[in-house]
Design a protein around this ligand. Structure first.
Ligand SMILES: Nc1ncnc2c1ncn2[C@@H]1O[C@H](COP(=O)(O)OP(=O)(O)OP(=O)(O)O)[C@@H](O)[C@H]1O
Length: 359
């Protein structure tokens, strides 16, 4: 598969602060790649380096095989969409969409054609003669996307484009963005700190921490096989339950509890005793009738119940350890009760306690 964007040994320093360190990343042609991480991890900095808005300290950036490390933003074949829309308030939507093309001396007939096509794709045709002040946030962001669309670029860069929108609009526009990508098949690089956006939009997610990529995988792989404790804790809401214990003779032991690890690849292949952390997602805890299908059952004491409609979150104690369980929305459980649970350990994750890497 050919690479659309290649980043090689990228360093970026702001004075003494190393924000990106020796970062390598290849983005495939037509891929939707999401850069995900908490505030300050360097994801916007990386996007700005690709866009040419920041000068890199060392390393190289290639777009479509061309070394663009020192190229102007306008020469890189990229279109960028920001959280803040960045529209010209005194111009109409049509004016905003055509401005860059006029500057680039594109013939008027061609501009009209591209504006009409972008407006049709984004369903903003009725808004073309309005000014941004007379648009909702979602409509403004569609115009901002349209401005990248008309430029007919190879790569779209998005920096938290949905963050200024209210919750419902965010979901609507997220679905539209996915549809847009399916239709256009352009390479898209998308920065967010929202794991739901990352999981739903991405072909692959790069999870960043401290200027480094902790894991670069499909959403499915990141969710089911997080490479280390950081990724495991970062993805999932509420996050995984972690219990520190020991792997002994193919079972996980914590306090006086034993969990057989049959079906867990690493344990079956090379069981070796060592201190470990087990991670169990709240949605992988088994309750109700199905508990009987598992070899061992455990009792938890329920502290608090959060009914969410579609499901119910139960905050409990397993022995002395806090333990979260996601149950059916119709589950009838109350604080103060005990609950019998089972744990399907083949779906759990084991991490080496010292290295924090997945086993
Ligand atoms: N112009 C600058 N000068 C000095 N340090 C900077 C500058 N811009 C960013 N930084 C620092 O670089 C680090 C990464 O910033 P960056 O904006 O890339 O993070 P981010 O992951 O996008 O976070 P956020 O979601 O908060 O924007 C931060 O520690 C930030 O303080």
């Amino acid at each position: 598969m050919s690479h659309s964007v290649e980043i090689k040994k990228l360093d970026l320093e702001f004075g003494p602060v190393k924000v990106l360190q020796n970062l390598d990343l290849n983005i495939n042609e037509g891929e939707f790649l999401v850069l995900l991480g908490s505030s300050g991890c360097g994801k916007s900095t990386l996007l700005n380096c690709i866009a040419g808005l920041l000068e890199v300290t060392d390393g190289q950036i290639f777009i479509k095989g061309n070394n663009v490390t020192w190229a102007e933003p306008s020469e890189r074949g990229i279109g960028m969409v920001f959280q803040s829309y960045a529209l010209y308030p005194q111009m109409t939507v049509r004016g905003n969409l055509s401005f860059g093309l006029k500057n680039a001396k594109v013939p008027k007939a061609e501009i009209d054609k591209r504006v009409a096509r972008a407006a049709e794709i984004l369903q903003i045709e009725p808004l073309l003669d309005r000014k941004p002040g007379a648009l909702s946030g979602g409509q403004r962001q569609r115009v901002a996307i349209g401005r990248a669309l008309v430029r007919d670029v190879d790569v779209f860069l998005f920096d938290e484009p949905l963050s200024n929108l209210d919750a419902k609009l965010r979901v609507d526009l997220r679905v539209e963005l996915k549809r847009l990508h399916n239709q256009l098949q352009n390479t898209m690089i998308y920065v967010t700190h929202d794991q739901v956006e990352a999981m739903t939009l991405a072909d692959r997610i790069a999870i960043m921490k401290g200027g480094k990529i902790m894991q670069l995988s499909s959403p499915d792989e990141i969710y089911n096989k997080p490479r280390n404790l950081y990724v495991a804790d970062f993805i999932g809401s509420p996050s995984m339950n972690f219990l520190e214990g020991h792997l002994e003779g193919g079972t996980f032991k914590v306090d006086d509890m034993v969990m057989p690890m049959d079906g867990y690849e690493f344990v079956e292949a090379q069981p070796s005793d060592r201190p470990v952390v087990i991670g169990i997602r709240p949605e992988h805890v088994v309750t109700g009738e199905l508990v009987k299908n598992l070899p061992l059952q455990y009792q938890v004491d329920i502290d608090l119940v959060e009914p969410m409609g579609s499901d119910t979150l139960v905050y409990a104690k397993l022995g002395k350890h806090p333990f979260r369980i996601r149950m059916d929305g119709q589950a009838v459980v109350k604080a103060g009760q005990t609950l019998e649970i089972g744990i399907d350990t083949s779906r759990a994750s084991l991490f080496d306690k010292a290295t924090e890497d997945r086993l």
